[in-house]
Design a protein around this ligand. Structure first.
Ligand SMILES: [Zn+2]
Length: 242
């Protein structure tokens, strides 16, 4: 199994070991700042099963960013994607214009590098859609929850990654969305430490728990769990070039 989107904190080494013990042999660790990107890349370099996704989160968009360093870090062979980047008009932690500029810059970096881009979008459907349809490269909608973007995702072949919230009791709309995603565009993630899946809700989330998200996806799609796990592994290998 693979967790295609996790944030690993100070307990990273233990969390990676527990994931491996649970059969989650691969993790894509996602940085949200340049400083975090250095740490994430170093960890990916130390662990065979850990890969780095490097970028600046829209919450961190305000202020100056050393995009040259980001470009440089992305040249490392363990860096498999750009992100997470995008727009968040819900939390409103950074001015919209700063978020948009940084999103545009990171989309350009992804295009040039030939790496997929991992998208965080919240309450910004139209501005996100307009940029993504113009983007030249692979796109992953992480922690999918923006239902109005599903049609564009299906039309343009974007990957759709579901997180622990698809397991929640009242998440009927997300499970309906999960049924509509073609098998070869489906991904699963924890977005840990946030959004622990239903069976472990209330705990700090970690990559070992991606199994619950995979199980919910299999159930929603009326698919065999082993088959779905193989498919998601293959999809991740394809898009991230693992
Ligand atoms: Zn994230």
């Amino acid at each position: 199994m693979i967790d295609t989107h996790a944030h690993l904190g100070p307990d990273a080494e233990k969390v990676i070991a527990r994931a491996a013990a649970a059969g989650v042999a691969r993790i894509v660790e996602v940085a949200t700042t340049i400083e975090g990107a250095r740490e994430t890349l170093a960890r990916a370099d130390r662990h065979d099963g850990v890969y780095a996704c490097l970028g600046i989160h829209p919450h961190e968009a305000a202020g100056e960013h050393d995009l040259d360093e980001l470009r440089e870090l992305l040249e490392h062979p363990r860096a498999v994607a750009v992100g997470e980047t995008g727009l968040d008009y819900f939390r409103d932690y950074a001015p919209y214009d700063a978020q948009q500029l940084l999103f545009d810059d990171q989309l350009a970096i992804a295009s040039t590098s030939g790496k997929p881009v991992v998208i965080h979008t919240r309450a910004a459907d139209e501005d996100t859609r307009a940029r993504l349809v113009a983007h030249d490269g692979s796109i992953i909608l992480h922690c999918f929850s923006s239902l109005p973007l599903l049609d564009a995702a299906l039309e343009h072949g974007w990957y759709v990654s579901f997180a622990g919230n698809v397991t929640y009791k009242n998440a009927y709309d997300l499970r309906t969305a999960a049924r509509r995603v073609p098998a070869d565009r489906l991904l699963a993630e924890t977005d840990s430490p946030y959004l622990a899946p239903q069976p472990v809700r209330g705990q700090v989330n970690e990559p070992a728990f991606v199994v619950h998200t995979l199980a919910a996806l299999a159930q929603a799609r009326d698919a065999d769990l082993d088959e779905l796990v193989r498919q998601v592994d293959a999809n991740a290998a394809e898009v991230f070039g693992l």
